[in-house]
Design a protein around this ligand. Structure first.
Ligand SMILES: Nc1ncnc2c1ncn2[C@@H]1O[C@H](COP(=O)(O)OP(=O)(O)OP(=O)(O)O)[C@@H](O)[C@H]1O
Ligand SMILES: NC(=[NH2+])NCCC[C@H](N)C(=O)O
Length: 371
């Protein structure tokens, strides 16, 4: 017979157990992935052994292995294929996250510790292309998560609203070049939204990788964009991460772009506490963005080098750079314009992540000139 005490204990145990339907989906997902020709890091590191050791685990938010891997299972063309539904997932499912992090971030081992934040001397970076021959535009972004909130899949509708209020309220106090307006996605006309996307200022809608990760619930509630008048400083609210802080402008003046980003982050950090992990650095939804969270990119035309796309990618990867299409990740180049950025974000400082892009692009331009 079930006494009150044993009943409560059984209930508590059931709450920490992964239910049969989830286990069934996990097994089906595992078979689908391993039977596919997916090139994702998820497929590479989710061995039967790792799968069996993690399939019954749950975080205190109730997130399971399925929540972490479902995007990569559904989208077999994923490069990575895994997201952390909450910060605890990085430790509960470390057996899977750690080797993926090590592979993506150039050998950042599970025993390694991400260095403390260091923006470095912002005056030491220059203009990548003073003559304006190759670089169309330059952008540096970083991601931040608000302390006290889980990532997208675990957020409630009211948390989305609360976060949007917090973010827009805080940004409204920015001054000088950073002064701007917050535009919620709710109520924005489709034309305005599309124009902002086409001009590379706003995140796209309906990203299938995020959707499959359960990251687009209650859309467009709580999502929005803040920008200054000339759109050189922008903040995305509640897309992939709670915050994406962005500085961008036409041409190759990385110093100006980086300086603006650093002063903006320093200002915002005074007003909002961000989630930071002793070993992993700043916390983000996707393991590719942990650490510095910095992606410094140029839109660049390198017609000779890019005549052979494979060659371009090979040379870029030699300098630890990643090549994307004109409209960002998972898109193709239009009119010969590529998005080239630093690939790793962990195990080095913010300054060094940006410098990695600076040095690599300088080399690519040198090669292009020599061809
Ligand atoms: N140097 C750049 N100049 C102009 N636009 C850029 C530049 N780099 C990226 N973008 C634009 O930023 C938008 C977002 O791109 P994308 O989603 O690939 O990167 P992200 O914002 O860094 O985030 P994530 O890596 O999570 O995808 C796209 O419209 C892309 O074209
Ligand atoms: N925006 C990102 N987090 N990009 C990195 C990974 C995106 C996607 N999940 C993939 O594996 O291809």
């Amino acid at each position: 017979m079930c006494t009150r005490a044993t009943c409560a204990a059984l209930k508590a145990k059931a709450a920490t157990m992964v239910d049969a339907a989830t286990l069934e989906k996990l097994e089906a997902g595992f078979s689908k992935l391993q039977g596919s020709d997916s090139k994702s890091l998820l497929k590479k590191y989710l061995t039967r052994e790792v799968f069996d050791s993690l399939k019954n685990k749950k975080t205190s938010f109730g997130s399971t292995l399925l929540d972490c891997i479902q995007s990569g299972v559904e989208n077999l063309d994923s490069g990575v294929g895994i997201y952390a539904p909450d910060a605890e997932s990085y430790s509960v499912f470390a057996e899977l996250f750690d080797p993926i992090i090590e592979d993506y971030h150039n050998g950042f081992k599970k025993t390694d510790k991400h260095p403390p934040k260091n923006w470095g001397d912002v005056d030491t970076l220059g203009n990548l292309d003073p003559a304006g021959e190759f670089v169309v535009s330059t952008r540096v972004r970083c991601g931040r998560s608000l302390e006290g909130y889980p990532f997208n899949p675990c957020l409630t509708e009211s948390q989305y609203k609360e976060m949007e209020d917090k973010v827009s309220g805080t940004l409204s106090s920015l001054e000088g070049e950073l002064k701007g307006t917050f535009y919620p996605l709710t109520g924005m006309s489709k034309e305005t939204q599309q124009q902002l996307i086409d001009d590379h200022f706003l995140f796209k809608e309906g990203d299938r990788f995020l959707q499959a990760a359960n990251a687009c619930r209650f859309w467009p509630t709580g999502r929005g964009i803040y920008h200054n008048e000339n759109k050189t400083f922008l903040v995305w609210c509640n897309e992939e991460d709670h915050l994406r802080i962005i500085s961008m402008q036409m041409g190759g003046d990385l110093q100006q772009v980086y300086k603006r980003l650093v002063s903006a982050v320093n200002e915002i950090e005074k007003k909002i506490p961000f989630s930071h992990h002793d070993r992993l650095g700043f916390l983000t939804f996707c393991p590719t963005n942990l650490g510095t969270t910095v992606r410094a990119s140029v839109h660049i035309k390198l017609p000779k080098l890019a005549a052979d796309k494979k060659k371009l990618e090979e040379v870029a990867s030699k300098y630890h750079l990643q090549v994307r299409g004109t409209r960002g990740e998972h898109t193709e180049a239009e009119g010969g314009v590529y998005d080239i950025s630093n690939k790793r974000r962990m195990g080095l400082t913010e300054y060094d992540a940006v410098k990695e892009m600076y040095d690599g692009i300088a080399e690519l331009i040198k090669i292009e000139k020599s061809l």
